[in-house]
Design a protein around this ligand. Structure first.
Ligand SMILES: *Cc1c(COP(=O)(O)O)cnc(C)c1O
Length: 381
């Protein structure tokens, strides 16, 4: 390629910071002044804002997206002998928390269009576990809104009702997305999200939140978050964790929330532009008509992935593979009895998926540069 190399960030946190710097510094200064670094007033303020944004009765902020999932499973008393069904095409955290509690992650293949858990295959997996006569009890489902697009919750809930399973929404990548007019976070019985810096709504460190309408579960979660507290931290009624969100992170999120809807619109505009220009040369994301994506990732599919990655790198465009290895084939799952060929849709996708730079501040010029660096590679072939 003859084009001059650039240095395009995959996720540009600096551009957002330049925009919000005054507001963030003011809010941090306020925290330094009052000094309530743990469970300070910003935490309660943020929880109120987030609950009304998502439309749930309760928001319980916490230390990370992983801890959010862990605490929800703990609230449901998940433990050894329980089968929790989830997708094999996700970040390890989704399944790790199941195993951490001694329960068994039961993997399910994905829908080839949305990359989310396939409800039909979920039903089959539940049937298989039930036919093993009590070696495992089906207890719940963790559906993941991969790359920002909500899973098929109507189908998932109807299956879950049939077998009396709880549904947890892993909304780590989908905060802000909509499914039939409802926000991600509100789509399961309980929703969990992450504020890791690179997520659609990110803080400057680790953070997460849990959303639910059920008062009893919310109370258990607030207890779990502070060492299983009862009346106070020194009255302990259950095994919990140290799972709080720092006040400073809450302050940062309050600033970022002010521009979040506009950022979502920008992400959507960028995704639309990518898709219009790339849909004839590579596989582009398919977002179903009844939902929107928060575009945590914009991922293309190409059989020439290695070449595309290499040539993009040469001109200064980063790209990443989410995910190159499905969970059932990870070393950590070796003893669980899965093998290659178990989940063919996911396994095939792992060989051809590639995520492009995506953040609200990606300029038109950079979008064009990325698009024009990918297109010729395919048109020549
Ligand atoms: C990022 C992520 C998590 C974990 O969130 P952390 O805040 O990093 O702990 C869980 N599930 C999915 C799908 C994620 O992308």
């Amino acid at each position: 390629m003859t084009t001059q190399a650039k240095h395009i960030p995959f996720v540009d946190l600096r551009a957002q910071q330049d925009r919000l710097r005054d507001s963030i510094e003011k809010r941090i200064a306020k925290v330094l002044e009052h000094g309530q670094y743990v469970m300070g007033p910003e935490v309660a303020e943020l929880e109120g804002r987030l609950a009304s944004y998502v439309g749930t009765e309760h928001c319980i902020t916490c230390s990370s997206g992983t801890d959010a999932l862990l605490m929800v499973l703990m609230a449901y008393n998940v433990g050894p002998g329980d089968a929790i069904f989830t997708t094999t095409f996700t970040f390890i955290a989704t399944a790790e928390v199941i195993a951490l509690l001694g329960a068994t992650p039961v993997f399910v293949d994905i829908d080839p269009q949305t990359y989310n858990i396939d409800p039909q295959k979920l039903q089959e997996a539940i049937g298989r576990v039930r036919s093993q006569h009590g070696s495992l009890r089906p207890e719940g489902v963790i559906a993941v809104d991969l790359f920002g697009q909500p899973a098929d919750y109507d189908s998932i809930h109807s299956i879950a009702r049939e077998y009396r399973l709880f549904v947890i929404e892993d909304a780590a990548q989908s905060f802000g997305a909509l499914y039939k007019g409802r926000r991600a976070g509100k789509l399961g019985d309980v929703g969990a999200t992450s504020f890791f810096p690179a997520k659609p709504l990110g803080c400057y460190g680790d953070g997460g939140a849990i959303f639910c309408d059920d008062d009893d579960i919310a109370e258990i979660l607030r207890s779990l978050r502070i060492h299983g507290k009862g009346h106070d931290k020194y009255d302990n009624v259950r095994i919990g964790v140290n799972g709080r969100l720092d006040t400073i992170q809450a302050a940062i999120l309050l600033s970022k929330l002010e521009v979040f809807d506009e950022e979502l619109q920008w992400r959507n505009g960028i995704a639309a532009n990518y898709s219009t220009c790339l849909k004839h040369v590579v596989g582009t994301p398919h977002v179903k008509a009844d939902r929107t994506s928060a575009w945590a990732q914009y991922s293309i599919v190409t059989e020439k992935r290695d070449q595309v990655m290499r040539e993009l790198k040469e001109v200064g465009i980063p790209s990443f593979i989410y995910y190159s290895k499905p969970l059932h084939l990870q070393e950590v799952c070796k003893s669980r009895g899965y093998s290659k060929g178990d989940f063919p849709i996911t396994e095939k996708l792992c060989g051809s998926i590639l995520s492009l730079p995506m953040h609200p501040y990606l300029t038109k010029e950079d979008q064009e540069f990325i698009i024009s660096s990918i297109s010729p590679l395919h048109e020549k072939m």
